[in-house]
Design a protein around this ligand. Structure first.
Ligand SMILES: *Cc1c(COP(=O)(O)O)cnc(C)c1O
Length: 381
């Protein structure tokens, strides 16, 4: 069955007793035992919840995995999956990484004896060099946040496998609608479902999908042990959002393509980062994905323009986060990447002239007109 069909049908035909088309929210945390040693399959909501089960099965199928896990945020999902590893383990990680993931790795998990080497994953020789005897996984974001660098997932997964390492992919920017890393050789996929999967800026959630029954079993144990499970109402909100994922992703992309073209020709814009504008990125995505997504970053001519642009936009909202129906713009140097040391930040290109735009599903002409008037005002100031 095609992804659109599966997305629209999430939760349908699952509630046999009443035939509810929209799967109900099970708030109950406790479940009656039928008799000694016999349960309905549900005991306690941290371990399993009927509503969460539907979501976890849906995301697992969408990503082509053997087990799905819903967590209370994207960071909770990443923290939970890192529970697979032990003190002394080492990881090779995308250099251009979501700031919160960098903070979790460097400020929290290093205290538990894990270590991380950050590498430009577009350079496969650097990846091979960075893998050592204690390396347990390669952690990939692709396209990266905010510079939209694209990693050849098949190639890196192959290198990792040969070295006996797992490949973990943060698939937040693409969603399974555009990219399914498990089909390309990855072992674990993680999402901030707060972004495109939820899609409406109204629910904080994270999802994990793993390949193989062994990993699924281990992760089920860890999810229950850590307890960062997604609550039933948030689970329901997320499923409602996911039903329209296909429509939204098509529109995000259509708008992003038009805006990227507009920004590219603008005299006050020095550089535009959108995967299809870069021939290498485009070639890789044409192989491994079904689209380029809805995220754009761009560098304006000077940092003095930033405040004026952010203050003068009327349709596009100056707010952190991404992937929702409303267009949002952020200033990575001060927001998402504020925790990344300035030398690293500048060296990877997250400079103080860079803005990141999460293109929503509004009409593209309104979005372009909004950017146009804000850039004009910034020029006059
Ligand atoms: C937002 C984000 C996260 C963190 O997810 P939360 O839901 O905010 O905890 C992780 N990775 C990427 C790529 C993100 O954009």
């Amino acid at each position: 069955m095609k992804l659109e069909t599966r997305l629209a049908q999430i939760g349908n035909k699952k509630e046999k007793k009443t035939g509810a088309v929209n799967f109900p929210v099970y708030f109950s945390t406790a479940y009656e035992h039928i008799s000694l040693g016999v349960s309905t399959g549900y005991d306690y909501s941290r371990t399993a919840n009927p509503t969460r089960d539907v979501l976890e099965e849906a995301i697992s199928q969408l990503e082509g995995g053997n087990g799905g896990f819903a967590c209370s945020s994207g960071m909770a999902a990443i923290h939970t999956l890192m529970g697979l590893f032990s003190a002394g383990d080492h990881f090779v990680v995308s250099l251009d990484l979501y700031g919160g993931t960098y903070r979790l790795f460097e400020e929290v998990l290093t205290r538990f004896g894990l270590s991380f080497t950050y590498v430009d994953l577009r350079r496969s020789d650097d990846v091979k060099r960075a893998i050592g005897p204690n390396t347990k996984a390669v952690f990939i974001e692709s396209p990266t946040n905010p510079l939209m660098q694209v990693t050849d997932l098949k190639q890196i997964a192959q290198i990792a496998k040969q070295a006996g390492c797992y490949t973990i992919v943060d698939n937040t920017f693409m969603t399974p609608y555009f990219q399914r890393p498990l089909e390309l050789g990855a072992d674990i996929v993680v999402h901030s479902a707060t972004k495109y999967l939820g899609g409406h800026n109204d629910v904080l959630a994270g999802l994990i999908v793993v390949k193989g029954d062994e990993l699924a079993e281990r992760l089920r144990f860890i999810q229950n042990s850590i307890g960062a499970a997604l609550g039933p109402l948030d689970t329901w909100l997320l499923m409602r959002g996911m039903k329209t994922l296909a429509l939204r992703m098509e529109k995000h992309q259509e708008n992003a393509l038009a805006i990227a073209e507009y920004l590219k020709q603008h005299p006050l814009v020095d550089e535009v980062f959108y995967p299809s504008l870069n021939p290498e990125s485009k070639a890789i995505l044409d192989e491994q994905a079904d689209g380029y997504g809805g995220m754009i970053s761009f560098r304006v001519r000077n940092s003095g323009m930033i405040a004026s642009i952010l203050e003068n936009l009327n349709v596009i909202t100056y707010a952190e986060s991404l992937g929702g129906v409303e267009s949002l713009i952020t200033y990575p140097a001060r927001q998402t990447h504020a925790d990344v040391p300035v030398e690293i930040r500048e060296s990877i290109g997250v400079c103080d002239r860079l803005l990141r735009l999460s293109v929503g599903i509004e009409h593209k002409e309104d979005l372009i007109a909004d950017l146009d008037q804000a850039l004009k005002k910034a020029d006059q100031e």
